[in-house]
Design a binder for this molecule. Structure first.
Ligand code: XIL
Length: 323
């Protein structure tokens, strides 16, 4: 059923969602909303190392192939997520035994194989995800242990070398509530610029909630935009169940607060990020039934613009309000 207004038609910049290829092939309502509403798609899980590179000598493109083909059919931009992360590391890497040269080869081969596979069919890629801890220094990870602190910069160099046409992003969370993570992200951009390390953009995940202040969100967006790099709100969702209750009943007040929070975020992005730096806004999947949040918080929540049946929520209107 065609609809009069859609996010992709209303937005002056790419408006996207992270998608799950299994739902795309099994659920008609999901597929239809995915087609109609979005001009950009992110792979929620299927370009992560444990899925795409399950054994040292084996890559599995099954899930990502579905997403890339879907995006092309529907004239949607495709954003890759993610080459290097402390999570989703496959067992063969955790158990890998080798000297620093062998680790470096493993790292470089993974990055270059994955980013070069689809060439420019992917417009952009989160090269490194969540490298910083709460204190703003590099968090412990298998990469930091075996490659040393400059692994982040080398990941970007390897990615650029293999696939010069793809825009390279550093993706992080917490900018809107953690001054240290915000400062670390901005400092990374400055350091890369000084050293000539290739980077095109910064991703603010923006997994947030109705209690987060608009001022802090605006400050984060404004500071990241001041780097001059592209800015992607890359994983947007807005939780309502702040006490993380197991059984939570969504109230009318929540629905209104969620609408206002989506509107405030979209409006801040639109007004504070110069047009030439607007890589777009992406929500982390489509409907409340698809969200990663209940698993993550072990609680019930309703953080997305569509409900479980893929009907538009007041949060959806909030996005339109902000656009
Ligand atoms: C999450 C996915 O949504 C889940 O399906 C998966 O089980 C775990 O990862 N930050 C990120 C994303 O950068 O990759 C995470 O995605 C959510 C938090």
């Amino acid at each position: 059923q065609p609809v009069a207004v859609t996010l992709r038609a209303a937005a002056q910049f790419p408006f996207g969602a992270a998608l799950n290829p299994n739902l795309l092939t099994s659920n008609n309502a999901y597929r239809q909303v995915a087609q109609q509403e979005y001009s950009s798609i992110t792979a929620e899980n299927y370009l992560k190392m444990e899925n795409v590179h399950p054994a040292q000598d084996r890559y599995d493109w099954t899930g990502s192939d579905v997403l890339v083909a879907f995006a092309e059919q529907n004239k949607q931009r495709m954003h890759g997520h993610t080459l290097v992360w402390h999570q989703a590391v496959p067992a063969w890497v955790t158990n890998f035994k080798g000297d620093s040269l062998a680790w470096e080869a493993l790292f470089k081969t993974h990055i270059q194989t994955v980013i070069a596979h689809y060439k420019d069919r992917l417009a952009s890629f989160d090269v490194v995800n969540e490298a910083f801890g709460d204190d703003g220094t590099l968090r412990p990870s298998v990469w930091l242990t075996h490659l040393g602190p400059d692994y982040v910069a080398r990941a970007f160099q390897y990615a650029r070398e293999a696939s010069p046409g793809v825009k390279l992003f550093y993706n992080e969370y917490g900018h809107e509530y953690s001054p240290k993570r915000l400062a670390a992200t901005v400092a990374l951009a400055a350091d890369f610029k000084k050293r000539g390390i290739p980077i095109d953009g910064l991703g603010l995940q923006m997994h947030t909630n109705i209690g987060q202040s608009d001022a802090a969100i605006q400050n984060a967006i404004q500071q990241v935009a001041a780097t001059g790099l592209l800015v992607h709100i890359s994983e947007l969702d807005v939780r309502v169940n702040q006490a993380k209750q197991a059984n939570y009943v969504l109230t009318d007040a929540d629905k209104l607060a969620q609408r206002q929070k989506f509107a405030a975020i979209v409006r801040a992005y639109k007004t504070l990020v110069p047009k030439a730096q607007q890589h777009g806004i992406t929500t982390w999947n489509i409907g409340d039934g698809d969200s990663w949040i209940p698993n993550f918080c072990s609680c019930q929540d309703f953080p997305l613009p569509f409900d479980k049946q893929y009907a538009r929520k007041p949060a959806y209107d909030g996005i339109l309000d902000g656009l």
